[in-house]
Design a protein around this ligand. Sequence first.
Ligand code: SF4
Ligand code: SF4
Length: 351
Amino acid sequence: MNKNWSDMNKEMQAMIAKKATFKDGMEKLLALRKSLFEQITQIVSTFPAEAFYQMPFAGAEGYHSKTLAYSIWHIFRIEDIVAHEMIAEDQQILFHQGFQEAIHSPIVTTGNELCGNEIMDFSRQLNVKALYRYAQEVMRSTDQMLQSLEYADLKRKYGEEMIGKLRNTRCVSEAESASWLIDYWCGKDVQGLLRMPFSRHWIMHIEAMQRIKNRLCKLARKGVDPIAYCGFSCNHCFLGEWCGSCRTAYNTCSFATISPDGKCPNAVCCQEKGLDGCYACDLLETCEKGFYIPSNDGANAAKAQALYIRKHGKKEYLKAHDRLHEKYDFAKTQEILGQDYKEGLRILEET
Ligand code: SF4
Ligand code: SF4
């Protein structure tokens, strides 16, 4: 489990258990949820539509055997049901504001009953943008509810009446793989619910989503030119695990993710000019676009690498990178190539 999330979760659990630290514990829970939700936002805003129904770990044991779309649906259906049917006892978000229609989901259940290809078929039908808006709204309303809870509310228990109510909603399938959920939830008090559907359950599924997206990026990069348009080597990039390269639809490099259309300005410019990369451009030395913007501390290192490619070719460049990594221990090339592209080029050539 991600250490930061795991630590926050443990601290939150210990804090909400005591009256004196309850409010701070709830603040920690909100911060944990915010941090986790950022992962979902990043995935939804940068990954192509097809990524949401792929199952790169189909058949594996564990949450990573699902799809990205299923994971989002499942996390927030469970939260919606538990937060609104059990704790707030008001209306689920799915059934108002037109979410059910907008998402195009053929089911209203948590999805636990789906298996194998059913998960992929289900995911393919979902409108991911609408699903994301639903997730945002569920999170917003839950956060509001969490902020209004008092320490005394944590001991509230549930019994047969709630079991019957949840069954009547038909939001949990009667299939064996799903029906246990109702007994599971109703066996907990509010504190127990905070410890699972609103926190740990998120961590487990969002970590699984990270595994899925990393795998999809790896698969996307297979057979693709490992030299990025700006001159970086995807084979040696510290973001290589989660970026599928600017030459594929799985481009999640830093400048792509901060660009409004999700496309790196250097990639777009090269494509418009019909260039293989910035190393083939006459304006390279003076260019301040995208990755080469002067405020980016990696700008000159990228330029040094692009210039090396221009002078010595891609094959030699990849070999030079191997040598650089053998010689030095670093994550970002600017740590070695510095802030002057001519000096960076010299270092690369002497390596
Ligand atoms: S961030 Fe750039 S260099 Fe790194 S893997 Fe992505 S496209 Fe390649
Ligand atoms: S103008 Fe800049 S971003 Fe565009 S191809 Fe040339 S070096 Fe690359």
